[in-house]
Design a protein around this ligand. Sequence first.
Ligand SMILES: CCC[C@@H](CC(=O)O)C(=O)C(=O)O
Ligand SMILES: [Zn+2]
Length: 331
Amino acid sequence: MCEEKQWNSTQLRRYDLELEQIPRLYYTDPKVDELISLNKPVVITGSNIIKTAKANWTPEYLEQNIGNAGHTVMLSKTHKFKYFDESKVLNKNNPHGIEFTPPTRKTKMKIGEFMRKLREWKPGNDRLYLQQPLNNTIGDLLVRDFINFDWEYINNKQSKHNWGPLTSNLILISQEGNVTPCHYDEQQNFFGQAYGYKRCILFPPSDFECLYPHPVYHPHDRQSMVDFDKPDYTRFPRFKFAKGYETVVEPGDVLYIPIYWWHHIESLMRGGPTISVNFWYKVGPTSLEYPLKDHQKVSITRNVEKMLLEVLQDPKEVGPLLRSMVLGRYT
Ligand SMILES: CCC[C@@H](CC(=O)O)C(=O)C(=O)O
Ligand SMILES: [Zn+2]
């Protein structure tokens, strides 16, 4: 029998996007490996990958067991939590940084205060998003749950698909309605949903020209410049050609977010707090096979930008130099 859905479409934010569904496959389905080997997203269902988190991780359980240290909490005046790299912001010990007004603030907060602020939240208050690496500040029961993830399945995927080492697991406790705007990471990601529902919109690396990432030197490197709530089609005309894939992940689901794939992730509106745990893997040893994959081309453009900025120093010189190099010669 089909389980009745725990959410409805009025809880999803509305965007001017054409979106196909990301396949949802049972974890034993051989198509799962087929898609992962093609660097394509897939929702892995029915697995024990994060079984203990699905079983135990409610907001109350985490309040009791995540540990009494100050955890990393992002604060935002809007529903958007757009990541920025602090090392690229101009400040007294970073003269090469650029003028930048951070859209979010990072703070340390004990879980009791975080949960109280969530319960007492009113429009106008800062929104909150706990984003804490799983480390030695985490309570013993959570560590036990983590150890009891299905590591045989996880490690089997890591080795079969030549992923590099597991670099970190983030525990994410989001307020309802929060959005992590569209960006890509340079890591493979098994994104586990433990509690509540998150809508995930993904685009392939080949949509680079439609999503207009900030320049590599900018603190918002890897983040799209397009505001999905209010796209500026004059500055970003090709955004209308972006071809996205979406899914709503539910407790127990693991979404494979391939390296360099763009993703926008939102906690459903009026859906209560959500809890996720991700697994980030560095890229494994890659040989350049031809034709090159789309994500390899993105990686090449990043290296070209870095080299040009290094030698030209002034970002305003990058465009004119590349234009004079390619116009009429390579285009
Ligand atoms: C800080 C990481 C946030 C996460 C998106 C989300 O759950 O809001 C993401 O982008 C990822 O797992 O790569
Ligand atoms: Zn990400």
